[in-house]
Ligand binder design. Structure first.
Ligand SMILES: [Zn+2]
Length: 212
């Protein structure tokens, strides 16, 4: 399919079938995209930062790493990554983020509000939204003190990260709304879906069952 554009400071939701590959593209560079995944057959199963960091033993997730659910099943495999700098520690930016971190008195709904609105038609309630996988977000951790920083993304125009679904999913995806996360400006995010062949779909489903 041809790429779909998510306008600056907005979000969307769509289905991604097992075996299909989602490519998230930073078309202009230096822009974050928050990614969420829910099991399409049971939205109680959702992407889990804690499970993923535990099982992959790294906060620097990249190609070859797997993203796990709260029920300890793999939801997505990272199959391609031209950046190698993403964040899975911080929650989606929200009205409260802008109030607390930016002292903004008329705050934007942020990625949280955009995800909540996009996922509502699928039955996802705001309280069920966990930490997102923040594509291209640059959050270095100081090894000595443990302090976090939010620095501009290192992604350049056209950089991308690709995820293959290991189960039928509902995906939430944004063009992030937080100024500091995006180097001071708000840009779009593009995505496209590569459909699996029947053989690839079969292999993913079999692999999923083998992993329990
Ligand atoms: Zn955001």
């Amino acid at each position: 399919m041809t790429p779909v554009t998510i306008p600056p400071r907005s979000g969307t939701a769509f289905r991604l079938a097992a075996g299909d590959t989602l490519i998230v593209i930073d078309p202009q560079g230096c822009q974050v995209a928050d990614l969420l995944a829910f099991n399409a057959d049971d939205i109680g199963e959702v992407l889990s930062s804690g499970r993923t960091l535990d099982y992959q033993s790294t906060i620097r997730l990249t190609a070859g790493d797997r993203l796990w659910s709260n029920r300890s099943r793999v939801m997505l495999d990272i199959v391609e990554d031209t950046v190698g700098m993403h964040d899975f520690l911080l929650t989606p930016c929200s009205r409260d983020t802008f109030r607390i971190c930016y002292d903004d008195h008329d705050p934007h709904p942020g990625c949280f509000g955009n995800l909540a609105a996009a996922l509502a038609p699928y039955g996802v309630l705001p309280d069920a939204i966990p930490s997102a996988f923040n594509c291209f977000m640059n959050v270095p951790v100081d090894g000595a003190t443990g302090r976090l920083q939010v620095l501009p993304p290192t992604s350049k125009a056209g950089d991308h990260i690709a995820f293959r679904a290991t189960m039928d999913l509902i995906i939430g995806l944004t063009a992030c709304s937080a100024r500091d996360s995006n180097g001071g400006s708000f840009k779009p995010i593009d995505y496209r879906i590569e459909l699996a062949t029947d053989a690839e779909r079969e292999a993913v489903m079999t692999g999923c069952l083998a992993h329990g």
